[in-house]
Design a protein around this ligand. Structure first.
Ligand SMILES: *Cc1c(COP(=O)(O)O)cnc(C)c1O
Length: 411
């Protein structure tokens, strides 16, 4: 009999969001007149910027004409987009990245999940705890994680990120091959400063590891000491891959466009004593398994780099940042300690109690939905994630309810 990839058996269903949904549905049944406001969603809510919409319309019209029709595109993405990425995301900040080091795709989730295919199955993976679950689950399916013991995978190295270490992961005792770092971070909302990231680049260089750097929330960075790219660190071109996305930057969660940077200088062992560059390997992988992000969508992504596009996108981000600031001060007024929210759309709130107990109080007393931190890993226990992606109206109403909640002293 043919057998299933045992990774699927090892991978338990993600109960977190199902449990949240069930609890919210039960609450709605009991309180049909109360409007539930979600501070748990990891999706944007503002409409696309006008410059993006215009570019979409233009590209659709092109596709309807014989002269402007586009079929399969280049595997790495169209030059007009790769050139804009290089110009505005890298060269403008003094980084040396070439267009042939950029691979355009339909999402950073698929890129971060797929990139592990380039490494041998024996490779040791390190992740922060708490963590964006995709890094772990994709390695479970690839057979790299071992077995689950007490909520942790036996072959995965966990790097706790808590207030005790300022959310800066310490170097592990056991040397990992692949190190996933997400900064600004989902779920903690924290961001690594240049010196801390440089230390990890130096570590990877010394140990011969590769850093898989997820920078999906780069557009939210406000602190000048936080690097916008790992390639701001010296020597990162030899050890790091960077994942970026238009999803959170420009509201492309429903449109789908992202890219990964694979420097040509990044080389790993070929298993025979020599070295092999990852850039041509990723190109080969994309040629085999992927036929590209739609022309129309790549035109829309390129529009985010025009003068109007950049201004409009910045304004949208500022709206979310205002939400984050308002939510953070409302939580602090409740007497709670709040982390994150400055360089990311996420607040990481110290609950002072069990994550789920906090969730229940917020729902029952204020009809507010948050995400229990324990759902992102062991070190997330005692925290809750709040997102700033709501509308200004919902955010205002959430803050008003938090004021009411403060009077009850339930938290
Ligand atoms: C939202 C998010 C992404 C972006 O994923 P897309 O597939 O590009 O929408 C990537 N990484 C993290 C940590 C995220 O939260």
């Amino acid at each position: 009999m043919i057998n299933i990839n045992s990774g699927f058996l090892e991978l338990e269903a993600n109960y977190l969001f199902a449990d949240i949904e069930r609890k919210v549905a039960e609450y709605r049944d009991r309180n049909p007149d109360r409007k539930v406001i979600s501070l748990g969603i990891g999706d944007v809510t503002r409409p696309l910027a006008p410059a993006v919409v215009e570019a979409l319309h233009r590209a659709v019209d092109e596709m309807g004409s014989a002269a402007g029709f586009h079929g399969y595109g280049p595997y790495g993405g169209y030059d007009f987009l790769r050139d804009a990425i290089v110009e505005y995301d890298y060269r403008a900040r003094g980084m040396d990245i070439g267009p042939d080091e950029i691979f355009v795709s339909d999402g950073a989730k698929s890129d971060v999940a797929n990139f592990q295919e380039l490494f041998s199955v024996e490779s040791i993976v390190a992740v922060t705890d708490p963590v964006y679950p995709v890094y772990v689950d994709s390695n479970v399916l690839a057979g790299r994680a071992g077995h689950k013991v007490d909520g942790r995978w036996s072959r995965i190295v966990y790097l706790p990120c808590t207030p005790a270490n300022n959310f800066v992961p310490s170097f592990p005792e056991k040397r990992p091959d692949m190190i996933y770092i997400c900064s600004p971070n989902n779920p903690t909302g924290s961001a690594l400063r240049k010196a801390d990231l440089q230390a990890w680049v130096d570590y990877a260089r010394a140990e011969g590891s590769v850093i898989l750097y997820d920078s999906a929330y780069e557009a939210f960075i406000r602190d000048p000491e936080v690097p916008h790219s790992i390639y701001e660190c010296e020597g990162a071109r030899d050890v790091a891959v960077e994942f970026r996305s238009f999803s959170k930057t420009a509201g492309f969660t429903g449109l789908r466009c992202a890219y990964v940077v694979v420097p040509k200088t990044l080389k790993i062992g070929d298993g025979k004593g020599g070295k092999i560059a990852l850039n041509p390997c990723w190109y080969r992988r994309q040629c085999t398994k992927y036929n590209g992000c739609p022309y129309i969508v790549q035109r829309a992504a390129a529009a985010t780099y025009t003068e109007n596009g950049r201004r409009e996108v910045r304004d949208i981000i500022r709206g979310y940042q205002d939400n984050a600031d308002l939510l953070a001060s409302a939580m602090r007024n409740l007497g709670l300690e709040v982390f994150g929210g400055v360089n990311a759309p996420y607040l990481w709130v110290k609950t002072g109690m069990d994550s789920w107990k906090f969730f229940d109080i917020m729902l029952e007393q204020a009809a507010l939905v948050c995400t229990p931190g324990v759902g992102f890993g062991k070190s997330g226990e005692g925290f809750a994630r709040l997102t700033a992606f709501g509308s200004p109206e919902d955010t205002q109403e959430a803050i008003r309810r938090m004021g009411e909640l403060a009077k009850t002293r339930a938290l």
